[in-house]
Design a protein around this ligand. Structure first.
Ligand SMILES: Cc1cc2nc3c(=O)[nH]c(=O)nc-3n(C[C@H](O)[C@H](O)[C@H](O)COP(=O)(O)OP(=O)(O)OC[C@H]3O[C@@H](n4cnc5c(N)ncnc54)[C@H](O)[C@@H]3O)c2cc1C
Ligand code: SF4
Ligand code: SF4
Ligand code: SF4
Length: 608
């Protein structure tokens, strides 16, 4: 007998009216007495969670929250909401390495959401120098921040929101650290840094530029004058390549020193041919700046292209602008002319060596494979180290970095009133701007816990976002979420929990980038901020992972009509547990995992 397919069978049952239906029992009276809730052994709860993007952002940026506000056209609220966890949207919206996008759940469907471009857009929605409108009274404690980079500025911002009276000491004439004197203007315009930090000044934070701690004022003096000190002096000494000739010519520069000079308006003569040693982000910045000064530029690095630490987008941008790369090579010696100019740079070819314990093959020299490079200037950009002499032995260090505990408190020697904390590039953590910002937030919370005699470890555990390391300032302050419901900050919604069938593929909105020949003609920014239309379009790609959007799916699918609108202008729904029999259909059909199935005993309300 031939087996019929389901579709063929379906054709045979062609219902015209209800009379064609198989007879069945239905109740014409009420069924309200049949409390099917008693059948249940697990129950659904509405539980907003942490989207994968927020979990991956070291600052714990509530991306989904401000995208939701942006979609509603509430631009100003989106701006202040974003700043709850990440205080500098206009800055990081231009230069962050976008850990969030790498984790975004949208990627398996088509492409990750353009979070960083949207962040930049939100950052431009309010005049950057606007002070935070919710400033508390001073709490009676004084904080000295040493160093005005992203770590110091972030600590200052959050400490002021916690009521501390803050003064920032900065050695240079301009505030902003590497953001101001390292990252070139075409990537991060000076006026953006200045305005975003002007907002802090307008919150009552005192700026003391041209004041080097250790030279103009001793750390001990601050230690007796302040209740708390936050050390955030970054890494400003360049590492040496250790070859003959390195210290003998005016034409061999530390890459960071060269960038600083340009940023502070000094003239730098590099000549026609520049060799940059080091293919990290600083090296690429040195190369692209040199192109803008009219030089032909080659970067040499000991690693191969796949391994060099620079961001792929930066490598591509540099190539488009005419920068050449030589991989798997290192400088052997620098030969100089009598007048100190460079005769040649002798380099050596490398090849991958035998695998180490981790399987990694460190490069080793190839015998006798030397080659010469001609250069008018050489820029060394193989990394920086901190200058910690100003600590004067007061603070414990290890391997050239300041030792801290989980609340970023340091161990001190000798007496003094101030309790000392540290963050940013001088501690052992990934060295980039968003990690520096995150450390400032962590230190501010830890100092506040110390002031209030709270157990820091216990508090940090409560407010950690997902797997960490990010912590939530909004949770610490018990601020409402955008959905006005407490969210579970320990549960992360990754791609496995998304029901992709409910989402359509779409093209990511691209920002405008100028042609390479236009770019290298000046130091002006060469990418544009999204227009409102672009931002609205890109925002629609966010799937709002782990956060209810009132899409009504649960309400439509529940076979027992046990999903009810909360009503009275309240957000979301509630379950009628007298009738919910715990089948889990609502949980399965929620596109974004904003419902959880839990044990009967679990409380329905999540603690904030
Ligand atoms: C060229 C370059 C490009 C980079 N590009 C990126 C990027 O695109 N994206 C990214 O995320 N990260 C980037 N980074 C890394 C990032 O800039 C740093 O990780 C970050 O700035 C560290 O912040 P910080 O606050 O610890 O220190 P810094 O930004 O270095 O600030 C420290 C400040 O302390 C001051 N200071 C030092 N000693 C004293 C003292 N004794 N008294 C008073 N003040 C003092 C310094 O003058 C400086 O202003 C880049 C780094 C470099 C060098
Ligand atoms: S700060 Fe960086 S990692 Fe965090 S949301 Fe912005 S772009 Fe993403
Ligand atoms: S789709 Fe939206 S909420 Fe989900 S991970 Fe990406 S940006 Fe975050
Ligand atoms: S679909 Fe309805 S009956 Fe099933 S678990 Fe959800 S609320 Fe309860």
């Amino acid at each position: 007998m031939a087996v019929k397919k389901r579709s063929e069978l379906a054709k045979e049952y062609d219902f015209k009216t209800w009379r064609d239906f198989t007879p069945m029992n239905i109740s014409v009276g009420t069924m309200l007495h049949n409390m099917t809730g008693s059948w249940r052994f697990i129950k659904p709860i509405y539980e907003d969670k942490v989207p994968a993007c927020q979990n991956a952002c070291p600052a714990g940026n509530d991306i989904e929250g401000w995208i939701k506000l942006l979609q509603k056209g509430e631009y100003e609220r989106a701006y202040w909401h974003l700043k709850q966890e990440q205080p500098f949207p206009a800055i990081l919206g231009r230069i962050c390495f976008r850990f969030c996008e790498t984790a975004c759940n949208r990627a398996p469907l088509d492409d990750c959401v353009g979070i960083n471009d949207l962040e930049r857009f939100v950052g431009d929605q309010v005049a950057l120098s606007t002070p935070n409108p919710d400033l508390p009274e001073y709490n009676g404690k004084d904080l000295a921040v040493i160093g005005s980079g992203p770590a110091g500025m972030s600590a200052a911002y959050y400490s002021r929101l916690l009521g501390f009276k803050v003064t920032i000491f900065e050695e240079l004439p301009e505030m902003g650290g590497i953001l101001r004197v390292g990252i070139p203007n075409y990537r991060l315009p000076r006026e953006v840094v200045a305005s975003e930090f002007e907002g802090l000044k307008n919150m009552g934070i005192e700026f003391r530029p041209n004041t080097a701690v250790g030279k103009d004022i001793a750390l001990d003096e601050l230690r007796n004058e302040y209740d708390y000190i936050f050390l955030a002096t970054g890494m400003h000494a360049s590492m040496k390549i250790g070859v003959k000739g390195e210290d003998e010519s005016q034409r061999i520069f530390s890459g960071l020193d060269m960038l600083k000079k340009i940023a502070l308006g000094e003239k730098v003569e590099l000549g026609k041919r520049v060799v940059v040693i080091g293919g990290g982000n600083s090296g690429i910045d040195c190369a692209r700046v040199s192109r803008r000064l009219g030089a032909e530029v080659t970067i040499i690095d000991i690693l191969d292209e796949k391994e060099i630490p620079a961001h792929p987008e930066e490598i591509e941008g540099a190539r488009e602008e005419g920068v050449k790369f030589i991989f798997l090579s290192c400088p052997e010696r620098i030969e100089l002319n009598d007048d100190g100019t460079i005769r040649k740079l002798v380099c050596c070819e490398l090849e991958p060596g035998p695998p180490d314990k981790s399987g990694h093959r460190n490069p080793v020299k190839k015998d006798a494979d030397l080659f010469d490079m001609e250069a008018d200037s050489i820029l060394i950009a193989i990394g920086q180290i901190p200058l910690l002499d100003y600590l004067n032995g007061i603070v414990e260090t290890e391997n050239g970095l300041v030792l801290v505990n989980e609340g970023l408190k340091v161990n001190v020697r000798g007496d003094g009133r101030a309790k000392i904390f540290a963050g940013g590039d001088i501690i052992d953590m990934p060295h980039n701007a968003v990690y520096a910002v995150a450390s400032g937030k962590r230190a501010a919370i830890a100092m506040d816990c110390d002031r209030e005699d709270k157990d820091v470890a216990e508090v940090l555990e409560k407010i950690v976002i997902g797997d960490g390391p990010a912590i939530s300032f909004a949770k610490y302050m018990r601020w409402d979420s955008v959905n006005q419901v407490p969210y579970n900050n320990h549960l992360v919604v990754d791609s496995e929990k998304i029901v992709y069938d409910y989402f359509n593929k779409a093209l990511r909105v691209q920002k405008q980038i100028q042609d390479p020949d236009v770019r290298i003609a000046s130091f002006k920014a060469f990418t544009s901020t999204f227009t409102r239309e672009d931002a609205q379009q890109e925002a629609t790609h966010c799937m709002h992972c782990g956060r209810c959007t009132e899409c009504d799916n649960c309400l439509i699918f529940c076979p027992d009509m046990s999903v009810l609108y909360k009503g009275n202008d309240q957000f979301g729904y509630t379950f009628d547990y007298d009738y919910c029999k715990g089948c889990g259909i609502c949980f399965t059909e929620c596109p974004r995992n904003a419902i959880s199935m839990v044990d009967e005993e679990t409380p329905v309300e999540i603690e904030n």
